[in-house]
Write a protein that binds this ligand. Structure first.
Ligand code: ZN
Ligand code: ZN
Ligand code: ZN
Ligand code: ZN
Length: 364
């Protein structure tokens, strides 16, 4: 297996494939020199270089080689805004893809204007092509946004620093105050989701909360997952419903309060019934939503003499009840990706532009 020693050692350079060599040159050579060379490359050579990079990004076993290229970029001091704006289009896309470790910039599916690519490269804009927010989002000066280059509070998780296109889900939890988001799984792993003193209830009672890394605020979780289910569960298939119930079960696992404990039990119970095909997804969906409404309608803090069974309606009685779902407002992340989906235009203008550029440069 070839490592990064090939690029410096010289001895192994002869073994490099053409796309591999071109990629290394783009990462190492000065911008004007490579811009000129790329102009003269055949279209298929350029395509095979992008293909090679896509594999590098997509295959975990190639990670070391990608990191080698990233380190090399990191060491360069000539990649200013001005210098980058003189890049040839494919050159710029390749540089951004290497630096961010994301194939979306060379996929051909989303073509970003050069100024946006430059801003992404310089961490001035979010690298998620479905987001592209100017950073820091809303000029946030929280300790997390200001300390982490390239972090986007609209779409990234502060624990793992990743983003995904998940929406309408309990797998991301949000802060009520600063609207920063976090994977539920990451939050659980880092103990950011845990029981805390109830914000609205009587003194001494607790509820499950998400503790925000950005602003230290604790956001209540029961109402949050309720909103997600009430708004979105009717559109979920079996697979999504199972995944979401599993997530709810995990979020409320360590609950100290009655509602949280009951929700944990309910989610686990429905999960096992769904997995054993004892109930239909639509019934499970109705049962959990009715549970949410019921739990909110009763006292949050029942006397200890009242057993959970007495408080909970039976499933048979729930199934009969086909009351329409109450409206609820969605937290920001839910509308987010939908809002941006129209920006994923694919246009042939960029090829046109490139050809013009090529012709212009070669004509000089
Ligand atoms: Zn922030
Ligand atoms: Zn973003
Ligand atoms: Zn995460
Ligand atoms: Zn916050």
């Amino acid at each position: 297996m070839r490592g990064m020693e090939g690029i410096d050692g010289g001895g192994k350079a002869g073994k490099l494939s053409r796309p591999e060599r071109i990629l290394r040159e783009i990462v190492s050579e000065s911008i004007p020199v490579m811009a000129q060379i790329i102009q003269e490359l055949a279209e298929e050579t350029l395509e095979s270089t992008k293909e090679y990079l896509k594999n590098l990004i997509g295959m975990p076993e190639k990670r070391e080689e990608l990191v080698g290229l990233q380190n090399r970029l990191e060491r360069r001091s000539d990649l200013s805004k001005e210098a980058l704006s003189k890049c040839q289009k494919d050159q710029l896309e390749i540089l951004v893809a290497v630096k961010m470790g994301l194939a979306s910039f060379i996929s051909g599916k989303v073509k970003l204007p050069p100024n946006e690519l430059v801003e992404i490269f310089l961490y001035m804009r979010c690298r998620n092509v479905n987001c592209k927010s100017i950073l820091p989002v809303d000029d946030c000066d929280c300790k997390f946004c200001s300390a982490n280059k390239g972090f986007c509070s609209s779409c990234m998780c502060p624990v793992c620093m990743n983003f995904d296109c998940a929406n309408n889900t309990c797998s991301w939890v949000g802060c009520d105050v600063c609207s920063h988001w976090c994977h539920a799984a990451c939050g659980i792993q880092k103990n950011l989701i845990s029981p805390g003193p109830s914000l609205k209830g009587p003194k001494g009672t607790t509820e499950m909360q998400f503790h925000c890394i950005g602003c230290n605020h604790a956001s209540e979780m029961f109402g949050f997952v309720k909103d997600v289910f009430v708004c979105c569960a009717k559109d979920w298939g079996l697979e999504t419903l199972v995944r979401e119930l599993d997530c709810v079960g995990k979020i409320f696992k360590g609950s100290d309060d009655f509602k949280g404990k009951e929700l944990h039990v309910k989610a686990e119970e429905l999960l096992s019934k769904l997995e054993n095909k004892i109930i239909f997804p639509s019934d499970a969906c109705n049962i959990i939503i009715q549970f949410f409404n019921y739990a909110d309608s009763i006292s949050d803090f029942p006397a200890s003499s009242v057993s959970a069974k007495e408080l909970m309606p039976t499933e048979a009685s729930l199934r009969k009840d086909d009351a329409p779902l109450p409206p609820a407002t969605l937290p920001p992340k839910y509308a987010f990706y939908n809002m941006n989906s129209s920006s994923g235009r694919r246009d042939s203008l960029n090829d046109h532009h490139r050809n013009n550029l090529k012709a212009a440069l070669l004509g000089n």
